[in-house]
Ligand binder design. Structure first.
Ligand code: AMO
Length: 430
C-alpha cells in the first residue's frame, strides 16, 4: 500500500501515524533542520526533519529534487509555524520514481509559464493548484447539470458521434472515411435528440463532444467542444427558456456552494442572479441604434457588439429571444405571423454566449422548405424528415457549451484553459 490516506486527511490526523504519497513540491535545507513540502491532489503537508533526531536516510531524502514521487511514513504533530497548523515527522521516506528530465513548468508557480507550454505539458500543468481547481469546477458543473436534469425527470441519452449528415450547416464538417461511405464527426446531437422526442421520450439530456471544422482562431472557439443538451417534448420556446434558466441557476449555485476552495484558489467571486432578464433581438437592436451604434437588423451580434449591449444594459447575463430566421439553423420554428422572426434564443453569461436553442419545426414539409432555403439538400436528411411524418409532437430544446461555461465561471480569458487537451486548428497533440 503506497498510502493510508490523502494529504488533506493526514492534516486532520494530529497525533496519528500515517503514510502519505505524492510529489516533492519544495525543499529547504537549513543544515540541522530540513523541510520538504509534499503535495498530492488534495493539498500540501510539510515534512520536518532534524539532524539529531532523524536517520541519515530520511535526512538525505529531505533534499530530493522537486517533483520526485515519494511516499512518507511518520507522525502528524501540531506546528505553530507550518501553514497547515501541523507537520509530519518522517520515520521513512521511499522514492517511488525519480524525475529524469528538466521540467518545462514550475509547479510552485515562482516562474509563470506560457499557455502553449502548459498545454504541451498538461500532465505537469495539472499539478498546479490553479489548473486542478479549473478541472474540479468543470467536473462539478457537468455533474450538477446531470443532477438537475434527473431531478427534472429527464433521461440521459448517448447519441452517435459518427453521422451521415450535417446539423448546423454544411461547411463546418470534419469528414471521416467510414468503410466505403463518407461520414462526418457530429456537429451537435441535434437531430438525434429530436428523434428521441418523436420516439416519445418526453425530456432528454446528454453531455457530448461535438466537432466543428471552423477555421477560426479565437479565445472562445474550439474545434472539439463539449455540449450539455436538453430537448423537451410538448414544449414551446418559453418552456425551454424557463428550463434553461432553472438548470443554469442550479448549476451555478452548486458550484458556488461546493467549490468554495477552488473558487478561492482562482480568486473568483461567483455572481448568481436570482433570475435572468429576457430581451428580444429586436429590442436590443433598437437599444444599440438609439445609442448611435451602427447596426442593421438581421445581422448576428459580434463579440464587440455584445460588449456594447452589456454596457448599455448595465449587466452581461441575459437571454436574447426571437432571432431573425435567416441567421438561425433550419430547425428553428418561424413565427406564424411574422416568419422573418423565429422562436430561437441564446443565453449570454458574463458577456459570452454559453447556450443556444430554439423551438423546433415539427412539420416535415416545413422542414423541407427550410432546408432548401438554406441551400441544404433534403435528401441528405431523409431519415430525419421522415420521422416527422410519423407523429412528431411540438418540442424545443437547447445546448450549453460546457467549455465556455467553465471558462466564464473560472474567470479565464482563453477557452483552451478550461479544456484538458484542447483541439484547435494547430493543436491535435498531445
Ligand atoms: P450552437 O452551435 O449555438 O447550437 O452551440 C451551442 C453552444 O455550444 C457552445 N459552442 C462552442 N463552444 C466552443 N467552441 C465552439 N466552436 C462552439 N460551438 C458551440 C456554445 C454554444 O452556445 N444544436 C444547437 C443547440 C440547440 O438548438 O439545441 C447548437 O449546437 O456555448
Amino acid at each position: 500500500m503506497y498510502k493510508t490516506c490523502s494529504i488533506a486527511q493526514a492534516r486532520k490526523l494530529v497525533g496519528k501515524e500515517v503514510k502519505v504519497a505524492g510529489w516533492v513540491h519544495e525543499t529547504r535545507n537549513l543544515g540541522k533542520l530540513r523541510f520538504l513540502q509534499l503535495r498530492d491532489q488534495t493539498g500540501i503537508i510539510q515534512l520536518t526533519a532534524k539532524a539529531q533526531r532523524e536517520s541519515d536516510e530520511v535526512l538525505a531524502a529531505m533534499d530530493l529534487p522537486k517533483e520526485t514521487v515519494i511516499c512518507a511514513e511518520g507522525k502528524v504533530v501540531e506546528s505553530s509555524i507550518a501553514e497547515a497548523g501541523c507537520e509530519l515527522i518522517p520515520s521513512k521516506i521511499t522514492v517511488l520514481n525519480q524525475v529524469k528530465s528538466k521540467l518545462p513548468i514550475d509547479v510552485t508557480e515562482h516562474v509563470p509559464a506560457e499557455l502553449d507550454v502548459r498545454l504541451d505539458y498538461r500532465y505537469i500543468d495539472l499539478r498546479r493548484p490553479k489548473t486542478r481547481a479549473i478541472f474540479a469546477i468543470r467536473s462539478r458543473l457537468a455533474q450538477a447539470f446531470r443532477e438537475k436534469c434527473q431531478l427534472m425527470g429527464a433521461i440521459e441519452l448517448h447519441p452517435p458521434t459518427i453521422v451521415g449528415a450535417a446539423t448546423e450547416g454544411g461547411a463546418e464538417l470534419f469528414r471521416v472515411e467510414y468503410f466505403e461511405k463518407e461520414a462526418f464527426l457530429v456537429q451537435s446531437p441535434q437531430l438525434y435528440k429530436q428523434l428521441a422526442i418523436i420516439g416519445g421520450l418526453d425530456k432528454v439530456y446528454m453531455t457530448v463532444p461535438v466537432f466543428r471544422a471552423e477555421k477560426h482562431n479565437t479565445m472562445t472557439h474550439l474545434n472539439e467542444a463539449y455540449q450539455m443538451d436538453m430537448e423537451i417534448g410538448f414544449a414551446d420556446a418559453k418552456d425551454a427558456v424557463d428550463a434553461l434558466e432553472e438548470v443554469v441557476l442550479y448549476v451555478l449555485a452548486k458550484v458556488k456552494k461546493e467549490c468554495e476552495e477552488e473558487l478561492k484558489i482562482l480568486q473568483r467571486e461567483l455572481k448568481i442572479p436570482s433570475s435572468i432578464p429576457r430581451h428580444t433581438y429586436s429590442f436590443l437592436v433598437e437599444k444599440l441604434q438609439s445609442e448611435g451604434i451602427e447596426f442593421r437588423w438581421g445581422e448576428d451580434f459580434s463579440r464587440a457588439i455584445e460588449e456594447k449591449i452589456s454596457e448599455i444594459l448595465g449587466y452581461s447575463t441575459y437571454f436574447i429571444l426571437e432571432w431573425p430566421s435567416d441567421i438561425r439553423p433550419f430547425y428553428s420554428m418561424p413565427d406564424k405571423t411574422n416568419p422573418k422572426i423565429c422562436h430561437a434564443y441564446d443565453l449570454n453569461y458574463e458577456g459570452l454566449e454559453i447556450s443556444s436553442g430554439a423551438q423546433r419545426v415539427h412539420d416535415a414539409e416545413m422542414l423541407v422548405e427550410q432546408l432548401r432555403k438554406r441551400g441544404l439538400k433534403p435528401a441528405d436528411f431523409e431519415f430525419y424528415i421522415n420521422a416527422f411524418r410519423s407523429g412528431a409532437p411540438p418540442h424545443a430544446g437547447w445546448s450549453i457549451g460546457l467549455d465556455r461555461l467553465t471558462m466564464k465561471v473560472c474567470g479565464l480569458h482563453n477557452i483552451r484553459e478550461a479544456v484538458l487537451f484542447p483541439r484547435d486548428r494547430v493543436r491535435i497533440r498531445p
